[in-house]
Write a new protein. Structure first.
Length: 426
């Protein structure tokens, strides 16, 4: 027969385990987050185990999907019954037979002698039940915003980075249904920089509805064909457009409000050594996490709003899916093509669209590494050592390879000092 303390501990442990088991089960129904209804537990594993923690965190479904999100963990061992002490019971001892009976001279006990009361506490179930420790899901950093930088490094809607070095007019994204069918189009014009023929974003154009803003990396800009207009109280089909610059006059900023705390930020820098243009679409990950669907129909170099499962995340115009290292084939799929009714957004016609001319690939493309290897090995490897030293502050960072490439092919160590490589606010 078990002692009372053993029975109590066992009962409490079994109760806690039953409660834990009941809580460690995923929901099997569909429920609504934001404006979308889904079985979010199944959705979390759609892209594979490596994406589960990020998806659980962004949708905040840990309580509904504890098994999927890795929050359920059984106790390491059954608690030792021998170590759990039952609470002590202090009972007032009865008189022993050694106490002599009262004599006639001894006065009888009076009513003032208090009888033992029920104040002695009864044993309670205060022994804590064994706890089930849960391992919190690892937090995943917010991915970078969609956008592009300089030479050019491009980011997709889900924050995946790839490079495409070619010379032509390209569709970064086209979203026909954006803002009640006004439509959003973002085109990039890339050009070679001699002598090594690496690409840079020379200009970009944004069209919403019937309004078009073009920004060039030399600081020029056009609104609906008008050069350098005053942008006070300006908009692109109802989306506020603002402009600002710094005191040095070397930086210029353009912001287009896309609504729901989302903005397209275009930044131009003219340092004297070179001109650079970058852009980011900020607020899209929060928009996605809240169930937003502004960009659900977008396609282009930024790929689709929801990427395909696996590593072939870049979706071409043909429907073919490419891995990031296949960008040399993916990029030309999104060349501006007038035979497919793509809009003509740039002021100057350089005939870098189809059907006039196909994209010209850089010899630095990943398909053929011989040209890049030749640059790296020139002067006994001096170029490679220079690039590695200039980018050493990014060692271990995913941006190291991009920085190394930029310095290597350009021969300009100041590339490593660009704001996106130093963590500064551009």
């Amino acid at each position: 027969t078990m002692a009372p303390s053993t029975l109590l501990t066992t009962a409490l442990f079994i109760a806690s385990m039953a409660t834990s088991s009941a809580q460690c089960a995923d929901r099997t129904d569909k429920w609504t987050i934001g404006k979308k209804t889904n079985n979010w537990c199944k959705w979390a594993v759609k892209l594979g185990q490596s994406e589960v923690a990020y998806r659980c965190t962004t949708k905040q479904i840990e309580d509904d999907c504890p098994v999927t999100c890795g929050l359920c963990k059984a106790p390491s061992a059954f608690p030792s019954l021998a170590t759990t002490e039952a609470p002590s019971i202090n009972i007032t001892p009865a008189p022993t037979v050694a106490t002599p009976a009262p004599t006639a001279a001894t006065p009888a006990p009076t009513a003032s002698t208090p009888a033992p009361t029920a104040s002695t506490p009864a044993p309670t179930a205060s022994t804590p039940a064994p706890t089930v420790k849960t391992t919190p899901a690892p937090t995943t950093p917010t991915p970078p915003p969609a956008g592009g930088r300089d030479d050019p490094h491009l980011w997709t809607w889900e924050g995946e980075m790839f490079d495409y070095h070619g010379q032509c007019d390209l569709i970064y994204t086209t979203c026909p249904k954006f803002d009640h069918n006004k439509g959003l189009n973002i085109h990039l014009r890339t050009e070679f920089v001699e002598p090594n023929k690496w690409s840079t974003i020379a200009s970009m154009a944004v069209k919403i509805g019937e309004d078009v803003l073009e920004v060039q990396n030399n600081g020029s800009y056009f609104l609906n064909g008008v050069a350098l207009p005053d942008l006070t109280d300006s908009s692109l089909s109802g989306h506020e457009l603002t402009q600002a610059g710094d005191k040095s006059g070397t930086r210029n900023y353009f912001t287009i409000d896309l609504k729901d705390n989302i903005s397209l930020d275009i930044k131009v820098r003219n340092s004297g050594k070179r001109d650079s243009l970058s852009f980011t679409i900020n607020g899209i990950h929060e928009h996605r996490n809240n169930g937003g669907q502004f960009f659900h129909d977008c396609v282009g170099l930024a790929s689709t709003w929801e990427h395909p499962a696996g590593n072939r995340i870049l979706v071409g115009r043909s429907g073919t899916a490419y891995a990031k290292h296949e960008a040399v084939d993916f990029g030309p799929e999104w060349q501006v093509d007038f035979t497919k009714n793509d809009p003509d957004l740039f002021i100057e016609d350089l005939a870098r669209q189809l059907p006039h001319q196909e994209c010209v690939d850089s010899p630095l493309q990943a398909k053929d590494q011989r040209h890049l290897k030749k640059i790296a090995e020139a002067d006994g490897g001096a170029n490679a050592r220079q690039a590695e030293k200039a980018c050493s502050h990014l060692s271990g960072n995913e941006l190291f390879d991009s920085c190394y490439f930029d310095v290597l092919v350009s021969g300009d160590v100041t590339f490593a000092e660009e704001p996106w490589y130093t963590g500064e606010e551009f």
